[in-house]
Design a binder for this molecule. Structure first.
Ligand code: FMN
Length: 312
């Protein structure tokens, strides 16, 4: 009891005089109501306590400053394969962002506690889903972020099922649909805080043609665009990449994969693939940098209206 009172008094002393040296500190002990005997007996412990509280407060202040100053970049990985191609490309984006001092976080959709959308529309009035799982956590992380990366392999000419399930759950949570009387039509409005977020969409396909990503891009552009608020939306469709981790393989490894698949002239094919993959990884890193660099001067213009016929 006496100690907790003393702790409060020492904390107040830190607040008022955070830079005391030991001698000055001891000079303040009388002012805390300690008689000479107690000041003598407790002096060393209280000086330790003063220094501990002072350090704790400095750390808390530094953390708070860091949180407000350093941009936050969030990556959502829609592939089950940790260390797979989508994951490896996203790592490059994040390393680019981190090289510009961003705080980065990567989330695998498969690690989330996530139910499928039940189409109940209970999220319609307030944007709150009745299912109490990780959707709220993801919504809040997107809201806090200055940059958002969403990645998926192409599965059946679309994104993975798990990413689509997450997007379904987020539709009414991120956006609301309002009627604009002047225009006599509905429009979607973001429910998130109005701040600029730069977006990077990453798709990876086994097929050689980039248009295999078109259908997935349609929904991903629409949903990420709704919370970009004037931030850019960039895309990368990495094609011709199938094997686990192939995007980061060296030429020998790629030649081995090509040989096993019966590709004619495997060395030549491996050389081409390696050079294409290096371009992909370089672009990913560059966009990671851009996500942070282009966030330093937020435009003030609000961009909360999407085109009509939004989902909600
Ligand atoms: C179930 C399944 C469906 C796939 N469908 C397609 C497809 O429609 N088009 C395509 O180009 N690649 C398709 N692929 C290949 C993946 O897109 C490719 O292997 C990709 O590199 C995987 O990325 P990851 O390593 O990040 O998981 C499919 C793969 C699986 C497992």
């Amino acid at each position: 009891m006496l100690m907790s009172r003393l702790e409060i008094m020492i904390e107040n002393l830190v607040n008022e005089n955070p830079e005391l040296n030991e001698e000055q500190f001891r000079g303040h002990l009388g002012g805390l109501g300690l008689n000479a005997g107690m000041a003598e007996e407790l002096g060393d412990s209280l000086w330790d306590l003063y220094q501990i509280i002072r350090e704790r407060k400095k750390e808390a202040k530094a953390l708070k400053e860091e949180e407000t100053v350093r941009p936050k970049v969030l990556a959502i990985v829609g592939s089950f394969r940790k260390g797979g191609n989508t994951d490896l490309i996203i790592d490059r984006v994040l390393s680019g962002a981190a090289s510009k001092d961003a705080r980065t976080e990567k989330i695998y959709v498969d690690d989330l506690r996530l139910g499928s959308c039940q189409g109940c529309y209970e999220c319609k009035p307030e944007g709150v889903c009745k299912q109490q799982d990780d959707v709220l956590k993801i919504r809040n992380k997107i809201e806090e972020a200055d940059g958002v990366i969403v990645g998926s392999p192409i599965y059946g000419n679309y994104m993975t099922g798990q990413l689509k399930m997450l997007l379904d759950r987020l539709m009414g949570v991120l956006n609301k649909r309002v009627f604009v009387p002047g225009e006599k039509k509905f429009t979607s409005v973001t429910r998130l805080a109005q701040k600029r977020r730069n977006i990077f969409i990453v798709l990876v396909a086994g097929a050689p043609n980039e248009d295999c990503g078109d259908d997935a891009l349609k929904l991903l552009r629409r949903m990420t665009g709704s919370f970009a608020n004037g931030g850019f939306v960039e895309e990368l469709v990495a094609t011709g990449i199938t094997a686990y981790g192939a995007v980061a393989m060296d030429e020998d490894q790629l030649a081995g994969v090509a040989k096993a698949a019966g590709v004619p002239n495997p060395e030549e094919a491996a050389g081409r693939a390696r050079s294409r993959n290096l371009d992909i990884l370089e672009k990913a890193h560059r966009i990671g940098i851009k996500i942070v660099e282009e966030n330093e001067n937020y435009p003030t213009e609000r961009q909360d209206r999407l085109d009509s016929d939004g989902y909600f």
